[in-house]
Design a protein around this ligand. Structure first.
Ligand code: SAM
Length: 201
């Protein structure tokens, strides 16, 4: 199952601050758009897809919130407000989480107190990991393994030193074409590549 990891560097891990950040320069509302475009399709959801949102504006540890398509039927509709409230609930439940510990919500969403770097280190051990980069290899020239992981940022660019560190770990940069897109648009294009290839196979 493909996993999309979104690094949201200005997204608060405090539930109240998170909700108050809607419409500010932190742009947490982008996360709702990413949730819709990654996990939902017309009249259903993508059962084989995972979305992990890494919120980094924290007093202690980043929070990685993993939503699995297979359990998304339990979400309260697709409004931006409703989806951001789901994230806020997760943050509340994970408020006192110890480093690298995980809590699971009743609807299957898991929240881990872990840094982006540690999360990626765990993934590269046994999965192919790609970093979305306009200047990378063309997605159409690649195999796209079912269990691949795709790393994206929100509106804040990935720091140069992270680019280098990811490359050292074997992460490959892939491009979706010459236009700079929103992360929520990127996931649609990748899912479309999977849809078309599976349909042809
Ligand atoms: C809005 S962009 C980030 C914009 C940010 N200002 C920057 O310059 O990187 C959000 C994410 O989409 C990815 N992205 C946008 N367009 C892309 C493209 N054509 N190919 C691959 N990745 C793309 C970026 O790499 C980033 O991870």
């Amino acid at each position: 199952m493909p996993e999309y990891i979104i690094r949201a560097r200005q997204a608060p891990t405090d539930a109240g601050q998170f909700l108050r950040a809607v419409g500010t320069s932190a742009h947490v509302e982008y996360l709702a758009q990413i949730m819709i475009n990654t996990l939902f399709v017309s009249k259903g959801h993508r059962k084989d897809t995972t979305l992990t949102l890494v919120l980094e504006d924290s007093r202690d540890f980043s929070r990685a919130i993993s939503l699995k398509g297979e359990s998304m039927g339990s979400l309260p509709g697709l409004t931006e407000t409703g989806l951001l409230a789901v994230i806020a609930e997760c943050l509340k439940a994970a408020a006192n989480l110890e480093k690298e510990c995980t809590v699971e919500m009743a609807n299957g969403i898991q929240i881990q107190a872990i840094s982006f770097e540690h999360l990626i280190k765990a993934r590269v051990q046994n999965q192919r990991v790609y970093l979305l980069d306009k200047k990378g290899e063309d997605v159409r020239d690649l195999e796209l393994e079912q269990s691949a992981v795709y790393i994206l940022t929100d509106h804040i660019p990935m720091p140069r030193k992270t680019f280098k560190s990811l490359r050292r770990q074997g992460v490959r940069n892939i491009s979706l074409g010459p236009t700079m897109l929103h992360a929520s648009q990127c996931v649609v294009l990748i899912q479309n590549e999977y849809d078309r290839r599976i349909a042809v196979d």
